[in-house]
Design a binder for this molecule. Structure first.
Ligand SMILES: C[S@@+](CC[C@H](N)C(=O)[O-])C[C@H]1O[C@@H](n2cnc3c(N)ncnc32)[C@H](O)[C@@H]1O
Length: 497
């Protein structure tokens, strides 16, 4: 489903400032397990501090912040740099704070709770600047301050929790009686897809999600429902708990993903859930009979409500079903789209192409500012959602096509059938755009492009490729995911005259 690309740029190792000397080559590699005292000087893309050994050899330290003295243990060493994990903070950075969550450091959900929010935003901007310097080859990238999220916690409108019989054990639990039962319902341990934390709390979704999590855990244990695991317990029932909450209507969807249909259990689950958490508005059961550990079923059954919740971005209202994509931070999605619309300098006479349009949320957000919109997206179900969202919002100037963009843009019939764009809004997956797509965009030559990306490394690479025909005028990072190292960024491009 992801667009294949030749290469995803790797993290540049001489992050983060151009003033840093390039690390000398061929320095002796540290041993795996070796402990080093390091003073970190900056904070790199993907959430690691960067420091140097006395001889200049670069060490990336997980868990450390910029400007702190730490003891770190090396777990991977390469020719020019090593990866290490923090063991002890000797002199803390002024950016360090106490994380709220008891699972911080172990859980894969958050990576930066130990850093003040202000500093998170500062480093995200620096990282965009650095990636555009190194990969985009732009000396002074025009990057604005990051637009922060109003809510630093409880902002996620969708959470996916895994059932597991491989609970992550605390140091106290190892070897104790409680280690016998390894049931867990929660999030994966960082970089460990075989271990799940039995999470009693989570600060990313609304607090009510914790009540649903608690109830589901109790219900599963009380009714001895068993956890599905493809190799060890293929007879187990429970696979995932997915909760979606609406920012604007307050509606709540609980989607239990099971390995088979058990209508009586689901009825009971729904009745008991409503007694415990009455504000739940719809209950869905996705049945996934395949081995693949994904939260999307082969089919779904609805046990309460109509299987959807409604949320709004701008003036458009969207119906969100269990398996349809929707931006995870609703108010920030609105800010992101507003930036894209501003950068695209939309005019009433414009033909706009919304490439990688998903369920058409951007198209509908801007449809009334242009003459017509064409949305193109690979996933047919998303295009079906886009068409029905357009209909229910009374948008009549938007057309949606399900196609691989690489194919669509190189097909003469596709190009013959559609009016050439004056402007494009592009929002590809993390891997960015295929070079063929970039080549075709250069040929189509829209006057203006707003390029949204959730991976500024691939965005910088693509902007460099587009620089044959386009000038980069502006970069606006938007923080969609506080406490994580993810960065969303919009680039404003104008065709060279
Ligand atoms: C980042 S999402 C865009 C989401 C959408 N713009 C929104 O704001 O909700 C990227 C989209 O690109 C689609 N996609 C991935 N590869 C594609 C391809 N080769 N051709 C067309 N669409 C593709 C994915 O299915 C996904 O919906």
């Amino acid at each position: 489903m992801q667009e294949s690309t030749d290469s995803i740029p790797k993290q540049p190792i001489d992050l983060p400032t151009a003033a840093d000397p390039t690390p000398p080559k061929r320095l002796p590699k540290p041993e795996r397990g070796e402990r080093l005292e390091i003073f970190t000087d900056s904070f790199a893309f993907e959430g690691k501090a960067v420091g140097r050994r006395e001889d200049g050899y670069v060490i990336f330290v997980e868990g450390a912040l910029a400007k702190e003295r730490v003891i770190a243990e090396v777990f991977k060493a390469k020719g020019s740099y090593a990866d290490a994990r923090i063991i002890e903070v000797l002199e803390p950075s002024p950016e360090r704070r106490t994380p709220l969550c008891p699972y911080f450091g172990i859980c894969g959900g958050c990576a930066q709770q130990h850093m003040t929010y202000e500093s998170q935003l500062y480093w995200k901007k620096e990282q965009v600047r650095d990636l555009f310097r190194k990969i985009g080859k732009i000396e002074e990238p025009p990057v604005r301050d990051v637009i922060g999220s109003e809510a630093e916690f409880h902002y996620r409108n969708k959470m996916e929790f895994s059932f597991s019989d491989q609970r992550w054990l605390t140091d106290d639990e190892i070897g104790s009686d409680s280690a016998q039962d390894r049931f867990a319902l929660g999030l994966h341990v960082r970089n460990r897809f075989d271990r799940v934390i039995d999470a009693k709390t989570c600060f990313l979704p609304k607090p009510i999600v914790t009540d649903i999590l608690d109830f589901t855990r109790r219900f599963t244990i009380e009714h001895k429902l068993g956890v599905y695991s493809p190799d060890t317990t293929p007879d187990g029932l429970m696979r995932f708990l997915v909760v979606k909450t609406s920012h604007t209507t307050g509606e709540i969807m609980v989607n239990l993903v099971t390995s088979r249909e058990e209508p009586e259990t689901m009825q009971r689950f729904t009745t008991d859930l409503l007694s415990s958490v009455p504000s739940v508005t719809t209950v869905v059961n996705n049945v996934n009979t395949r081995r693949a550990q994904v939260a999307v079923g082969d089919f779904e059954k609805i046990y309460l409500g109509d299987g959807t919740i409604r949320d709004t971005i701008g003036r458009a209202e969207y119906r969100i079903s269990a398996n349809s994509f929707f931006q995870a931070n609703t108010p920030q999605a609105e800010r992101l789209y507003a930036v894209a619309a501003e950068f695209a300098e939309l005019q009433k006479t414009d033909t706009l192409w919304d490439l990688y349009c998903g369920t058409g949320t951007i198209s509908l957000f801007v449809a009334d500012r242009v003459q017509s919109v064409l949305g193109v997206e690979l996933v047919e179900a998303a295009i079906a959602d886009a068409r029905s969202n357009a209909l229910s919002n009374g948008v009549s100037n938007a057309d949606f096509i399900a196609s691989d963009l690489r194919k669509a843009l190189t097909t003469p019939e596709f190009l013959a059938e559609h009016q050439r764009p004056d402007v494009m809004i592009i929002d590809p997956p993390r891997s960015g755009m295929h070079p063929d797509v970039i080549r075709e965009i250069l040929k189509l030559a829209p006057e203006r492009i707003a390029y949204i990306s959730c991976n500024p490394a691939t965005q910088a690479r693509d902007v460099e490729l587009l620089s044959a025909g386009y000038e980069l005028l502006d970069l606006q990072p938007v923080d969609m995911f506080p406490q994580t190292y993810h960065i969303e960024c919009v680039a404003k491009l104008r065709r060279r005259s």
